[in-house]
Structure formats: C-alpha cells, structure tokens
Design a protein around this ligand. Structure first.
Ligand SMILES: C[S@@+](CC[C@H](N)C(=O)[O-])C[C@H]1O[C@@H](n2cnc3c(N)ncnc32)[C@H](O)[C@@H]1O
Length: 225
C-alpha cells in the first residue's frame, strides 16, 4: 500500500457535513451554467452520426457522477494530504470539482476529448476556484495521449467501447504502483476480472452508489506492481 493513503473508513460527522457542502456548492455552480452536459454530449454525438462517424459517436456515451455519492466515496478513501486526482473522460468536470471541493486533494485534473464539454468544465472552474485551494486543471485531449499519473485515477469505464477498454488495460501498465483506481462497472466483454488480471490490480472494494439517473457499481483497485 502506498504511504500516501490509509485504509478506508466510513466518514465521520465532519466528513458528512463536508459532503453536504460539496453537493450544494457544485450543484449551485452547475445550475448557473445554463447548459446541461447530457444535452451537449447528445448533440455532439448526433452531429458525428450525421457526418457518418458512427464509431466515434459510440465512444462518447455520456453519464455523470452524483455529487454527494461520489464525494462520500472520495472522503471514505481517507487519503493523506498532497494526493492528486485524475478523471479519464471528465465530461463537464463535475467529478473533478467534487474532488477539489472535498479538501482531500492538492490537485485535481480532468481530461476530456469533446471540446464543448471541456468548455463547460472551464466555465465551472472559474466559480469553483473561489471556494477551494486545490489546483484544478482541465485538458482537452484524447486521454490515451496523456500520462495517467495520480494518487487516485477515476475511470468511468462503463461508457467506453470494448476497443477503449483494451487501450485502458494497456495504459494501466504505465500507472504507478500504489495508485488507487476508481472504476465504474463495465458492460463490455472485458469484465473486472480480466481488467484485474491484465494489469496487476488488486481489488479492494465494490460499492453500488448513485450515478447519473440511476445507480452504478464502483470498484476500487490498487495498482500493486
Ligand atoms: C461517462 S462520461 C464521464 C464524465 C465524468 N467523468 C463523470 O463521471 O461525471 C465519459 C466521458 O469520457 C469522454 N471520452 C470518451 N472517450 C475519450 C477519450 N478518448 N479521451 C478523453 N475523453 C473521452 C466522453 O466524451 C465523456 O464525456
């Protein structure tokens, strides 16, 4: 286990209070953006399909964290100070802003390929930065072009195509030992076990929490070699 984290415990009363504050603040900022990320993503995919780019469109399915549930999950990791967070496919940036607002991370970064979603994240960042000392960064690029270097790596892999999951497994070999990986469940032929086996990951926990308009199973792995 990396020295930058302890094992997980349920958040205490202070943590629970913080979760409510984070939820309120992120929801307030996003309600002022005047755009809904699901609509932005849907319009972008429709445009790609109208141009005949069907496989590109398939790779850009959208879903978004529930702020309170995700905040609770992050606080429950009980990380030491100085930890960093990286969201692979950050959409409108909500998960990054939740991570930044928990006070758990010194740096929170999101990588998103769709420019309109990236722009939403930047707009929200202008507001969110007023209430957190966490460094916040957004990168508009293909996540497979970036280094996956963080204490906590968030992989919303459920929306990825099977081809992307193969790339994730390959990329996972470059992730540093001790990194914690938060992974949403995958409906692709590569299930959690093959992801685990292919990439030296140890499964630490599985929890079903609110996500998008329903619930989602989140698995926490640790990179062990
Ligand atoms: C399920 S959404 C997750 C949004 C956010 N992480 C959350 O959970 O709230 C997945 C995001 O990954 C983005 N994406 C898909 N392929 C990508 C790629 N190759 N590089 C960067 N982002 C990508 C999609 O555009 C989409 O916004």
């Amino acid at each position: 286990m990396s020295s930058s984290k302890k094992r997980r415990r349920e958040p205490g009363p202070a943590g629970l209070h913080n979760i409510q504050v984070v939820d309120n603040e992120v929801s307030r900022v996003y309600s002022k953006l005047g755009r809904d990320a699901y609509t932005v993503a849907r319009e972008h995919r429709a445009k790609l399909r109208s141009e005949g780019k069907y496989s590109e469109s398939e790779a850009l399915q959208y879903g978004e964290i529930d702020c309170a549930a995700f905040s609770r999950l992050l606080v429950g990791l009980e990380l030491d100070s100085g930890a960093s967070f990286l969201d692979i496919g950050s959409g409108s940036g909500k998960a990054v802003h939740v991570a930044a607002s928990t006070g758990t991370f010194s740096k929170a970064t999101g990588v998103e390929i769709v420019e309109d979603l990236h722009m939403m994240a930047l707009k929200a960042k202008d507001e969110m930065e007023k209430t957190t000392i966490t460094e916040i960064h957004f990168i508009n690029d293909d996540c497979f072009n970036c280094e996956w270097h963080a204490t906590v790596l968030f992989l919303p892999i459920t929306c990825f195509t099977p081809e992307m999951v193969v790339c994730v497994c390959e990329k996972m070999k470059t992730v540093q030992k001790g990194c914690l990986i938060l992974c949403t469940s995958t409906l692709t032929p590569l299930d959690d076990d093959s992801l685990c086996g292919a990439t030296s990951l140890k499964r630490l926990s599985k929890t079903r929490i609110r996500y998008g308009k329903g619930t989602m199973e989140f698995t926490v792995y640790e990179k062990i070699s």
